[in-house]
Design a protein around this ligand. Structure first.
Ligand SMILES: Cc1cc2nc3c(=O)[nH]c(=O)nc-3n(C[C@H](O)[C@H](O)[C@H](O)COP(=O)(O)O)c2cc1C
Length: 325
């Protein structure tokens, strides 16, 4: 493993999705061994108190590295660590590389994948048919417009159970970059371009999620202003992502990234609807609606559809120097 190859692999792993774009993965090269750590400083105490989503994000970053390594004809063997450690860096996995790998066709979509939080073009019958093909061992694609509308309402209810919490909103706002001049606009978190917020929405988001929330809640406006029902209902499909009950979130994160790349490969943009899985009541309702197989757990969901023509926006990502420790 040369330092240049290591840098290349870290850069590719850095393109993986992560919760609130906190990018918790840190990498170290020691001889021929690569260490993966979690930067605990970016744990989300309100949104992710157990570290479940951070661990999924680490799994996704690992998968990104594995796909990039396969392109260099390198196969990764790894052990995961149970040790919680003490400092800011929690050891997550130790990776070794051996020659001889099968190239992964999904790797072609790594560069283009991005969350798409805007509206979709009107879904056609053909789009829905294409989306149906995404149903596989880990995914159930719901394409019926009526059921999608029901899920859209469920998502709003689920999201509201989190946004109503002051600690959740404050933490979310701290990761939002609503001004282009924000020092971390291009580095981490959720910037206004990634959230597809127009100039008025940017001001609105600060007010609704900030000081305006309680007064708006009292007049019954908060839920309406935060609703994503129309956007979700306009999806070609809702893809429900499920994995075995009791699975380590690291493995779920690996599969989650792959599922997202398959969606991208089918030509769809996707936004994650984690609230549907994170709110237990909604997850139970959704599981019944999609007839979730026994022994499986809903880990996440996506709304997917065709993206309209749009000006590309660069992904906010940490520099390589920050990712290598
Ligand atoms: C575990 C996990 C949970 C996520 N939950 C949400 C979510 O609820 N809503 C959302 O819009 N994006 C969610 N995302 C997507 C991230 O915000 C997104 O990947 C990150 O901002 C990086 O942007 P990118 O996907 O465009 O590369 C989640 C990602 C992960 C890995």
């Amino acid at each position: 493993m040369t330092p240049d190859l290591f840098r290349h692999l870290v850069a590719q792993a850095g393109l993986a999705p992560s919760v609130h774009n906190v990018q918790p993965a840190r990498w170290r090269l020691e001889g021929e061994t690569v260490w993966l750590f979690e930067d605990r400083q970016v744990r989300l105490s309100a949104a992710d108190p157990t570290g479940h989503d951070a661990t999924m994000s680490l799994g996704a970053a690992f998968e990104g590295m594995a796909m990039a390594a396969a392109q260099e004809d390198l196969r990764i063997s790894f052990d995961t660590m149970d040790d919680e450690g003490t400092g800011d860096l929690r050891p997550v996995a130790r990776l070794t590389f051996t020659p001889g790998a099968t190239e992964d066709p999904l790797v072609q979509h790594v560069g283009a994948r991005q969350s798409w939080r805007g509206t979709f073009t009107t879904a056609t019958a053909e789009d829905r048919q294409t989306a149906e093909v995404l149903t596989d061992a880990d995914c159930i694609a719901v394409t019926g417009p009526h059921t999608i509308r029901v899920i859209a309402k469920l998502l709003d209810m689920a999201s509201f159970t989190f946004t109503v919490r002051d600690d959740f909103r404050a933490e979310l706002l701290s990761w939002m970059r609503l001004r282009r001049g924000h020092p971390d606009w291009g580095r981490d978190g959720l910037n206004a371009d990634a959230m597809r917020l127009g100039i008025f929405d940017r001001i609105g988001a600060r007010v609704v999620l900030g000081r305006g929330f309680r007064p708006l809640l009292r007049c019954g406006l908060a839920e309406k202003l935060l609703s994503e029902e129309e956007k979700t209902a306009g999806a070609a499909a809702i893809v429900v992502f499920h994995r075995p009950e009791g699975e380590d979130p690291f493995d779920s994160g690996r599969a989650f990234y792959r599922a997202w790349l398959r969606i991208e490969a089918a030509g769809f943009g996707a936004a994650v609807l984690a609230a549907l899985a994170d709110d237990p009541t909604s997850a139970e309702t959704l599981a019944a609606m999609v007839e979730l197989p026994k022994g499986r757990r809903i880990v996440s969901a996506f709304r997917i559809g065709r993206r309209p023509q749009h000006a590309p926006f660069p992904a906010a990502r940490r520099s390589l120097d920050e990712l290598m420790v």
